[in-house]
Design a binder for this molecule. Structure first.
Ligand code: PEP
Ligand code: MG
Length: 552
């Protein structure tokens, strides 16, 4: 019976067995082999096991997130059939009289090196596919199993050193009841997605993987940031009661779902949702959201292993706009880089990925990717009330260049005969201090501003939002952060532009009175937070909050 404290990343309480999601170390040593035919049989059997496993993963992934997301596993299956690859391994086993895993590693390394050194992005992608496949076969040769959440078919809590945002996005709700990790911060994208999926999570525990054993019974309290390992009956009872109370509170909140959001003295605030996939629309409806304030489109690019086509994107944007009827939908153009990597684009690892080729910087380099997304968006614009915003804008030049590409695509599409809405709003995310300090200038050149506080805090405080060792410096309430937010709101209002916040601060009960007092127009958050925030705002007086924010 042990209790571990970490960072409360996603609210809720869950109980289940621990499932380790750590990649085992695959140590491959060269060995001389006398009986090479036995070694060849070993190889065949490892390939067959890998094939069966990949087919199963493909099936499960397709059930969970749709058929179009399984190309990556198809590519892996094809590698297993590749005669040149497999025959080279076999020839090496026979001619060099070496063990199968060593021969496989040598051959794979040779192909990986060959593909990596090609200038073509598609070919570079193949290198990472071969890495994955060879790892799977080697694991079977060594008799160890690789963890795979899509194969889990009982209720578990995942225990890992870390989980990437795309791994979290693919967790199956039905079986994955929570997760705990050694590293990570409250505002890492993995934590944000776990909140969106409603999966309780505790991150940043430092060393939980060395304390928990596979199969231990766990309680994850994502509200308090606590993990109980093999608790006794008394503790279990306490958490069951707490879970029941949280459930009742949630049911009571649903009564507010049809109401507008206003303070006691009638100042209206729009409460919108942050979404990452179409699936999130269910919670948007259930929680009486007044619009979509942030659609993080990058998950379209991260779960499939290749770029989404214009047509695929168009269909998704159209569905979201139709679903939201006349409520506004703010779509953020591709924001990858930082903790969201897209390996198939072939970008090298960076020393400081959060300060590197991220978001709009990447889109202005890879103009074809950017244009395809803008075309899909512009074509979908006739189905609802579309707003487009550009992430991580640092300079006016970037904003102007992005707007220019948008205008050019509009003209091209019109010439091609497409109908286009006349009122697409264009906004900038202000999440870099340089843009915040010049927000009076930015406000003149956009229709709206959305403040990305998650990044604005990390860049203002120079504290990586992913790093639990500097989480003490990641300070949403630092006066420097409030001063910047206040200036951005005033700047936008001076130009008669609306301004929202789509970072996690938008649902923070301590920050909300101050943001309301500063005159924020919209707060956008995980759908499941909306009713709680509505309840909170209804109890506030705008006049009093104005004074409070001045004081702050
Ligand atoms: C932000 O930075 O506040 C934001 C909403 O964007 P993301 O969290 O996706 O970086
Ligand atoms: Mg951001």
């Amino acid at each position: 019976m042990i209790q571990i404290k970490g960072i409360a990343a996603s609210q809720g309480i869950s109980f289940a067995k621990a499932y380790f999601f750590n990649n085992p170390k695959l140590e491959v040593l060269e060995k001389k082999i006398v009986n090479t035919s036995e070694e060849l049989l070993k190889l065949d059997s490892a390939i067959e096991l890998s094939r069966r496993e990949l087919k199963l993963i493909k099936e499960k992934t397709s059930e969970m997130i749709g058929n179009d997301k399984v190309n990556i596993f198809e590519a892996h299956l094809l590698i297993l059939e590749d005669e040149e690859y497999i025959e080279t391994v076999k020839t090496d086993i026979i001619s060099k009289e070496i063990n199968a895993e060593y021969a496989l590693k040598e051959t794979s390394d040779m192909f990986i090196h060959m593909f990596e050194s090609m200038n073509n992005k598609y070919m570079k992608e193949r290198a990472s596919d071969i890495k994955d496949v060879s790892k799977r076969i080697i694991a079977h040769l060594l008799g160890v199993s690789l963890p795979n959440p899509s194969l889990i078919n009982e209720k578990v809590i995942i225990v890992a050193n870390d989980l990437t945002p795309s791994q979290v996005a693919q967790l199956n709700h039905k079986y994955i009841k929570g997760f705990v990790t050694n590293i990570g911060g409250k505002n890492s994208h993995s934590s944000i997605i776990s909140r969106q999926l409603g999966i309780p999570a505790v991150v940043g525990t430092n060393n939980i993987t060395s304390i928990i054993k596979n199969g231990d019974f766990l309680i994850v309290d994502g509200t308090a940031g606590i993990v109980e390992i093999n608790p006794n009956n008394e503790i279990l009872k306490k958490y069951k009661e707490k879970k029941e109370i949280l459930k009742k509170e949630k049911e009571n909140l649903y009564k507010l779902s049809l109401l507008k959001t206003e303070t006691e003295d009638n100042k209206k605030i729009i409460l919108s949702s942050n979404i990452g996939t179409l699936k999130d629309l269910q919670e948007v409806k259930k929680n009486g959201s007044e619009g979509i304030g942030l659609y993080r489109t990058e998950f379209l690019y991260m779960t499939k292993g290749e770029l989404p086509t214009e047509e695929e994107q168009f269909n998704i944007y159209k569905q979201i706009l139709l679903n939201m009827k006349n409520k506004s939908v703010v779509v953020r153009t591709l924001d990858i880089g930082g903790d969201k990597r897209v390996p198939y684009l072939g970008y090298p690892n960076e020393m400081n990925p959060f300060l590197g080729c991220r978001a709009i910087r990447l889109c202005l380099k890879e103009k074809n990717i950017f244009k395809t997304q803008l075309r899909a968006l512009i074509r979908a614009s006739i189905y609802g009330k579309l707003c487009i915003m550009f992430p991580m804008i640092s300079t006016l030049t970037e904003l102007r260049e992005a707007k220019k590409i948008f205008e050019e695509q509009k003209i091209i599409l019109k010439k091609q005969g497409y109908k286009i809405a006349e009122n697409i709003e264009i906004g900038a995310m202000i999440e870099v201090p340089s843009a915040a300090i010049l927000s009076d200038f930015f406000s003149k050149e956009v229709d709206f501003i959305s403040i990305g506080t998650n990044d604005l805090i990390q860049y203002t405080m120079a504290a990586d939002r992913m790093n639990e060792n500097v989480s003490y410096l990641y300070q949403p309430y630092n006066p420097a952060v409030f001063r910047l937010i206040d200036f951005i709101i005033k700047s936008a209002h001076n130009e008669n532009k609306w301004v929202g916040i789509c970072g996690e601060m938008a649902s923070d009960p301590i920050a909300i009175p101050i943001l309301v007092g500063m005159g924020i127009d919209e707060l956008s958050m995980t759908s499941t937070s909306i009713l709680k925030v509505r309840k909170h705002i209804k109890k506030l007086k705008f006049s009093e909050m104005k004074n409070l924010s001045k004081k702050i």
